[in-house]
Ligand binder design. Structure first.
Ligand code: PLP
Length: 367
């Protein structure tokens, strides 16, 4: 029996159309800049966001790392400002420290994925020989750890004003920008106009097996191309991958992500209207395709996130155990309506178990 995999939207497999596109792609050596399919993808993405240039990467991590190293290449002792719940800070091994001697200064991420503007202002260093030099501000949209939140446009505007005044560039980790664009119906360029560079991923909800792009000015991307080569990201017949990416972009433009948001919302509602016993809490607003489930623990019942994950697993559903009290579900294009019904059934089963056990416990406690 097939597993219903909600661990991430990276688990999607390339569609038949994608596989066919790979098979027929025109290719050349991209280190010599002779792969026409990769050029077509890079140009399409740059145009989509109204920026001058784009560069293909094997992963979002390498794209973000290259962005930071490129922005920080003119000084030693560079420091970047990042959210304390950002992917760049939490899940990329402090790559820019490892490979570029760049340090990270964290600002608390608020529940909506933003950061307090006055704290950012306070954290930007004045030029002082004793201190590191603030070279970049990084943001994330949608914000994964904040629950797939769409960062409000007002925040982008305020941050851009501050950054311009202080002459510091902004990099957007837009691994899931497609989800934000789908939900807000904003034009890609409308969102990108607030930032100086951005990373986008084709290998999350859009279903490509590989591929991220870094987007920015022509000069920025020229520098980034050199750094990508040093990091081992100069690849050869990448047109094979670009052909898939072009299909992924078609799918985005055809609104493929909308259903993921609807399904995520539906499961959120199922969790809320649980008829037996309240065993979990979720955010009041679910913006996109990511759902964090906080398990209400009771030491006498021994229900925690990993126990609940095990029950899901028995029902052939995989979820991420994010912490001892937190589960994450991510909705993606490889799910079917039938899968969603099975997830709902599993939720009812867990509610029954939990409700029954807590009833037994409260009786015992009373006696
Ligand atoms: C997945 C992800 C990345 C990096 O992606 P990889 O391709 O796995 O390296 C970066 N930022 C965010 C927010 C992500 O979710």
């Amino acid at each position: 029996m097939k597993m219903i995999d909600l661990r991430s939207d990276t688990v999607t497999k390339p569609t038949v159309e994608m596989r066919h596109a790979m098979f027929t792609a025109d290719v050349g050596d991209d280190v010599y800049e002779e792969d026409i399919t990769i050029k077509r993808l890079e140009e399409r993405v740059a145009n989509l966001f109204h920026k001058e240039s784009a560069l293909f990467f094997p992963s979002g991590t390498m794209s973000n790392l290259t962005a930071i190293l490129t922005w920080c290449s003119s000084v030693r002792g560079a420091e970047i400002i990042v959210g304390d719940k950002s992917h760049i800070f939490l899940y990329e091994q402090s790559g820019a420290s490892q490979f570029g001697g760049v340090s990270y200064r964290t600002v608390t991420n608020l529940p909506d994925g933003t950061m307090d503007i006055s704290t950012i202002l306070e954290y930007i260093r004045e030029k002082d020989i004793h201190e590191p030099s603030t070279e970049l501000i990084c943001i994330e949209n949608t914000h994964n750890v904040c629950g797939g939140k769409i960062v409000p446009e007002s925040f982008l505007g305020n941050l851009q004003m501050l950054a311009r005044e202080k002459n510091i560039p902004i990099h957007l980790d837009g691994a899931r920008i497609w989800n934000a664009l789908t939900k807000t119906k904003m034009e890609p360029a409308e969102m990108a106009k607030y930032v100086d560079s951005l990373t986008v991923c084709l290998s999350k909800g859009l279903g490509a097996p590989i591929g991220s792009l870094l987007i920015g000015t022509k000069t920025f991307i020229e520098k980034a191309r050199r750094i990508r080569k040093a990091l081992g990201g100069g690849m050869r017949q990448t047109g094979i991958l670009a052909a898939v990416g072009l299909k992924a972009l078609d799918d985005f433009e055809n609104g493929i992500l909308e259903i993921d948001h609807i399904r995520c919302q539906r499961i959120a509602e199922t969790l809320c209207k649980n008829p037996y016993h309240k065993w979990c809490q979720i955010d009041d607003t679910i913006d996109t395709n990511i759902l964090f489930i906080k398990i209400i623990t009771n030491p006498n019942l021994e229900y925690n996130a990993s126990k609940i994950a095990k029950i899901f697993r028995k029902k052939k559903i995989l979820v991420s155990v994010w912490s001892p009290t937190l589960l994450r579900m991510v909705f993606h294009r490889d799910l079917t309506d039938k899968d969603i019904e099975k997830i709902e059934d599993a939720i009812y089963t867990i509610s029954l178990y939990y409700g029954f056990d807590s009833l037994v416990y409260s009786k015992k406690y009373k006696n």
